[in-house]
Design a protein. Sequence first.
Length: 416
Amino acid sequence: MKKALKNNSLLVFMFSFFILITACNRNKSTSSGESKYTCPMHPEIIKDEPGTCPICSMDLVPVHSGANAEVSEEVEPLLNNVNEVIFSDVKTVYPRKLVLSDTITLNGKITFNPNKKSAIASFVSGRIEKMYIKYNFQKINSGQLIFEIYSPDLVNAQQEVLYLVKNQDQELLNRAKSKLKLLGANDAQINSLIKTGKVMYRFPVYSKRSGYIADFSSSVAKPDESEPGDVMGMENGNTSSGSSPVANNNPLQIREGMYVNAGETVFSVYDNSDYWAEFYINPEYLKEIKETKKIWIGGKAYRISSYIPYFKDEAAFAIVRVDIKEKTHHIGELITGKSITEPKDGIWIPKTSIYAKGSETIVFLKKGKSLQPYKVILNGYSSGNLVGVSQGITENDRIAENAAYLIDSEGTIRTN
């Protein structure tokens, strides 16, 4: 009996030992299958134990064989190469063959015409005793008193005239009068001198021009150097005049008590008989505006006089000018003009259907159940939210209405 029990105990021990050895081998096998670790961002990094990636310092994760991974039918289409075909159920539209024109709104301002500039210079050397012009861009009229000057040359010339009047030497008197005229005196001032017999030590100087005073030694911009940003900002709803030279009507630099030399320009006068209306536009509209050759301002059409390319702060603009002779505007006034483009016959698509890839323009053309990127060529015209296409698609094609919706921020596109 004891011998039987001893044999049974031996069998149980051997069976238990066999089970233990089998379990250890299985655990060892399982452990060896999970002993490889890699970096999620750098799969080329593989190690036999946990740790961190030597490149990005991320924690290493176990490597899975993925032998049992299955792809469902719903996910499988998404694994196709998006560089070639994009599958989507996004909204599509047909290109339309239309004859359209566009109205381009232009923001600008009234400025001086530099061709109408004249200078007010001093005929004599002397000291400014009294200034009647105080500020830049102050309006003056012909014959208006602008300043009084003390000049020894004028005093001597007046005394010479009075002396010759007393001596009744008509020939020399006429020469003295001519000399006084050359120093800036007019007939009325000479007749007043002879009549009163009094020398004018503070000799009045009158303007011979009508217009606006401009002293560009002040800290203001010249009228032909105004900043396009001041007007371009209006396109976003900002109607401030910014650094408009008229808004900054600073005091003149020529002041009472200052000395001037003979022939020195005291300040300039811009004739107000006609103005320039300057509009700053984006170059993309320049082609259409050149074809119209006119801009509408307040219900009246004005012919464009010049087109000037403008580049500042790495931004390109174009300046379009028109001549305005009516005195219905004032210098520095912000105005709005319109350019109505010529009707164009062609294929038109929504602007949202276009995706710009460098120098190429791409649309997504529907082929069966897929959308494929195709290169198109625009004709440079637009009308509202539509743009014209010259090559690449026809009115029978279907394209994605919103191309940006299909673009991944890190994606690349191979065009056909």
